[in-house]
Design a protein around this ligand. Structure first.
Ligand SMILES: Nc1ncnc2c1ncn2[C@@H]1O[C@H](COP(=O)(O)OP(=O)(O)OP(=O)(O)O)[C@@H](O)[C@H]1O
Ligand SMILES: [Mg+2]
Length: 568
């Protein structure tokens, strides 16, 4: 019987390997630019013609190669970056397989010119993986690789290439991603003779981000800096108020290496909690630093994905990092400039003071407030003023602070309801005279599906035949609370699908209830009530935002006042 198993010729094996590494011009740009960065280039120049379908050129001023190395570099598994399998753990260079150059060379006409700055430079020509020529050449230290006719010998793959515009876009993205990993390195991109990108050397990450993502977008970002255990997260996330449903940008790095991971992006979004609209997709760049053995970078043929040893831990830290960054944010709520939230702007002098007899309205019913301050009636000392029966205003050393009473109370109630729904629930206040309410079919359905939550916040409801229900008890978050109206409105909201985009049903319920239970605008408040309100607001996790993602606090900085009055 004839033999049927045979070893493939090298050229065929290379082409097959190339299929995994080289998918389109953007993959060539990625591999060649990674090599340039691994060679410590200060400046990298990329040139494309027809989206890279006819020409891709990458030049660098890095270490370059001597002649023998240059010839060897075109062989499969030839690498200068690791020597043993153990070196793979914690490898800092982009490359480690010794596959990229031979893979690209096997499916194109490749020319490589290089010099190490000491020995004579070399120029190599390869076609379809076959080394044709090695010539001496005079050139400065560094390397230039020119790839022509990508997939000329694999027509099936060539057919899969997209339009010039689409290939150009992908290559541009591949380059900007790498440009973000090395803000100290200069990059240029020329497309069909026109310069499309030029970023100088020695930029900070923020400057680099502004240059490649645009100032408008980066102006909406706030810095992230967080550490937990062996994880560290730095980068930028978008302010909640600026997140939009479309057009967002995301970028993840681990130990300096870009990777994709929809689950980590989702974890980051979870960090926004209730501060963005459910459909909004915030832009973000997060750079993780982990112990070298905590991540495996060799799990994807084009190295686009990585594997974390502690995936749950990674997701948790990312979520916490985002929440931490947003928790410090006043963002667009500062008039005249953007600023970071570094805790509330407190009045001058000892901000908190024990006040006898300050427990009025808000203390009568602690049902919906955090137990942390229950019984301990502390308050702001500075005078508080209510304006338009809607805003609470006070003076802080650095400016005037204005708080929206409804939004603030909504945030407070939302967080305590979430706590109650996870805990023992809130006590109910029995009504002397039960109230009978008529509901629609949709409302009855909503009541049925949220029965548990309704009970947990302190409502006691019973069917009363037909479409009627009887309310026996209601929660009592504040003295002006109208239990029956709140019940009706909350159920109506849920029936109408308000906050319906929120995936978490508890949060959905809590948001509807909080919105309806909170004190309203136009409601006069006593001074002690205002104090309690502010104190509780500043105890929440996200004081500056209400559950709709709107501001609860607006700060008018003192310097802004001085500027406007010509005092500085
Ligand atoms: N621009 C460059 N400057 C200096 N040396 C280079 C350059 N490009 C490639 N080399 C050398 O050629 C070798 C092979 O490159 P290649 O990209 O094929 O493999 P690699 O980078 O080691 O691994 P990987 O396949 O994971 O990218 C590299 O290890 C490096 O020594
Ligand atoms: Mg490489």
């Amino acid at each position: 019987m004839a033999r049927r198993v045979a070893i493939l010729p090298d050229a065929v094996a290379d082409q097959i390997a190339a299929g995994e590494v080289v998918e389109r011009p953007a993959s060539v740009v990625k591999e060649l630019v990674e090599n340039a960065l691994d060679a410590d280039a200060c400046h990298v120049r990329v040139r494309l013609e027809q989206g890279g379908k006819t020409l891709i050129e990458v030049s660098d001023d890095g270490t370059g190669m001597g002649r023998e190395d240059a010839v060897l570099a075109l062989d499969r598994h030839a690498t200068s970056k690791i020597r043993t399998a153990a070196d793979l753990v914690g490898v800092r260079s982009f490359g480690f397989r010794g596959e990229a150059l031979p893979a690209i060379a096997s499916v194109s006409r490749l020319a490589l010119a290089t010099s190490d700055g000491e020995t004579e430079g070399s120029e190599l020509a390869v076609a379809g993986g076959r080394l044709d020529r090695v010539d001496p050449v005079a050139r400065q230290r560094g390397t230039t690789v020119i790839v022509r006719g990508l997939f000329f010998n694999t027509p099936a793959r060539r057919k899969f290439l997209r339009s010039t515009a689409s290939e150009t876009r992908a290559a541009h993205d591949a380059l900007t991603t790498l440009a973000l990993t090395h803000p100290g390195t200069g990059f240029e991109l020329e497309v069909d003779g026109i310069q499309r990108l030029h970023v100088p050397e020695n930029q900070s990450l923020a400057e680099r981000l502004g240059a490649v993502w645009g100032r408008e977008l980066t102006g909406t970002l706030v810095p992230v800096s967080y550490a937990a255990g062996s994880f560290q997260v730095t980068g930028f996330v978008q302010r909640p108020a600026d997140a939009k449903p479309t057009g967002r940008r995301t970028q993840l790095f681990v130990n300096g290496r870009p990777f994709r991971d929809p689950f980590l992006i989702r974890a980051a979004e979870a960090g926004y909690r209730s501060s963005i609209h459910p459909g909004d997709r915030p832009s973000l760049l997060l750079a993780l630093t982990v112990a070298p053995d905590a991540v495996d970078v060799n799990v994807h043929p084009a190295k686009l994905e990585v594997r974390f040893r502690d995936r749950i831990g990674a997701e948790r830290v990312v979520e916490e990092a985002v929440r931490d960054a947003l928790g410090r944010l006043v963002a667009a709520t500062v008039v005249g400039r953007s600023a970071e939230w570094s805790g509330p702007s407190l009045p001058a002098g000892p901000a908190f003071e024990t006040r006898e007899g300050a427990e009025e309205a808000f203390d009568q019913a602690e049902l919906l407030t955090s137990s942390a301050i229950a019984g301990d009636s502390t308050g702001f000392r500075a005078p508080l003023v209510q304006m338009f029966d809607t805003y609470v205003v006070y003076e802080a050393p650095d400016g005037v602070v204005i708080v929206d009473q409804h939004s603030a109370h909504e945030r407070i109630i939302y967080e305590s309801v979430i706590a109650q729904l996870h805990g023992p629930g809130a006590p109910a206040q029995q009504l002397l005279l039960p109230i009978t309410l008529e509901l629609t079919d949709e409302e009855l359905d909503a009541l049925e599906s949220f029965a548990q939550e309704v009970r947990a916040v302190g409502f006691e409801v019973e069917p009363f035949g037909g479409r009627s229900v009887v309310l026996h008890a209601v929660p009592s978050p504040h003295p002006r609370f109208d239990g029956a109206a709140c019940f009706r409105e909350t159920i109506a909201d849920l029936a109408r699908g308000r906050f319906g985009g929120w995936s978490n049903r508890l949060e959905r319920f809590a948001a509807s209830f909080a919105c309806r239970a909170a004190i309203k605008a136009g409601q006069p408040l006593s001074e002690p009530e205002m104090r309690r309100l502010l104190l509780r607001l500043f105890e929440t996790e996200l004081p500056p935002h209400d559950v709709h993602g709107r501001a609860t606090i607006v700060q008018l900085p003192r310097e802004e006042l001085e500027r406007r009055f010509g005092r500085r």
